[in-house]
Design a protein around this ligand. Structure first.
Ligand SMILES: Nc1ncnc2c1ncn2[C@@H]1O[C@H](COP(=O)(O)OP(=O)(O)OP(=O)(O)O)[C@@H](O)[C@H]1O
Ligand SMILES: [Mg+2]
Length: 278
């Protein structure tokens, strides 16, 4: 008699089932179907990038996962439980730095730990250690007492990332976090982000990431899978596996597979991208 080993499929970290979102303008009553029948399972520790033409509903999807917007229909589950409101286990980061200008780097990073649920029950020393750890991890050691106006855009996004991580979320929801940076800083921070995410370490230690970007090459460089959306209404038009091994270094950008995948994604959104801009 043979014993058959059935490998259990890991439960998804996030499950988006038939999500739709209709906005109704309060004065005119005008309806916009921003997202329709959006389905996606995200595995624990997976890095997902979402790309698509401007206005296709990327931010709306992210905001629904964050619990900042309610879906009109469908369900969103995290670890098998329905999500309907924001929660500390889902951290959000946006394009605009959203730092407190009157607080130092250190106080910005520690804000959630000192004032939010993330640091509740933590001894002061533990909290301070944690702040130090994340300040160091994002490469801001030595800049702890600076204020946001004294930092470059790239450094400000490092602060925002350290604050996000210090709060200990399971899932990172990032809406064009590198979108406001110059091209060179952006390339450097892509590599840094993968290091901080733990690409070089144990797969089980990695956070689950949903990362929105307009940069097709950024998506291919970062993601395990790229979700391509089409618009009016926003739907998943394709999901591509990025079969480029990790850890990924700058050389990946010269890999023929990198160019192939980028071209494939661009061909999927090109027509709509032109129309969205025209
Ligand atoms: N609060 C709102 N009220 C009404 N319509 C909205 C609202 N938020 C978004 N929309 C509409 O929903 C659609 C999707 O918008 P969303 O911001 O999600 O797109 P996006 O893909 O993130 O765009 P971009 O790439 O420009 O950031 C757009 O048509 C937008 O005008
Ligand atoms: Mg957006």
């Amino acid at each position: 008699m043979s014993v058959q080993m059935i490998q259990p499929k890991p439960a998804p970290k996030l499950r988006l089932k038939g999500i739709s979102k209709e906005f109704i303008a309060p004065r005119t009553g005008q309806r916009t179907l921003a997202v329709a029948d959006f389905n996606l399972d995200v595995q624990p520790g997976e890095f997902i990038c979402i790309v698509g033409p401007s206005g296709c509903g990327k931010s709306t999807v992210l905001n629904m996962i964050a619990g900042l917007e309610k879906s009109t229909s469908g369900s969103i589950e995290m670890d098998g439980k329905a999500i309907s409101a924001p929660g500390a286990e889902r951290g959000v980061m946006f394009q605009d730095y959203a730092l407190f200008p009157w607080k130092s780097v250190r106080d910005n990073v520690g804000f959630g730990l000192r004032h939010g649920t993330a640091g509740a029950g933590m001894a002061k020393a533990e909290r301070e250690d944690r702040i130090n750890h994340f300040v160091q991890l994002v490469g801001l050691k030595g800049a702890e007492s600076k204020y946001p106006h004294q930092l470059s855009g790239g450094m400000r996004q490092r602060v925002a990332l350290a604050r996000l991580l210090a709060n200990g979320p399971d899932v990172l929801l990032m809406d064009e976090p590198l979108g406001a940076l110059d091209a060179q800083t952006r390339l450097v921070l892509q590599v840094e982000l993968l290091r901080i995410w733990g690409e070089t370490g144990n797969k089980d230690d990695r956070k689950t990431v949903i990362f929105i970007t307009h940069g097709i090459d950024e998506a291919v460089f970062l993601a395990d899978r790229v979700v391509v959306m089409s618009s009016h209404p926003g739907r998943v038009s394709a999901v591509l596996d990025v079969d480029i091994p990790r850890p990924r270094t700058e050389e990946v950008r010269l890999d023929p597979r990198f160019a192939e995948l980028s071209e494939e994604i661009w061909s999927l959104i090109r027509d709509e991208a032109y129309r969205a801009i025209a």
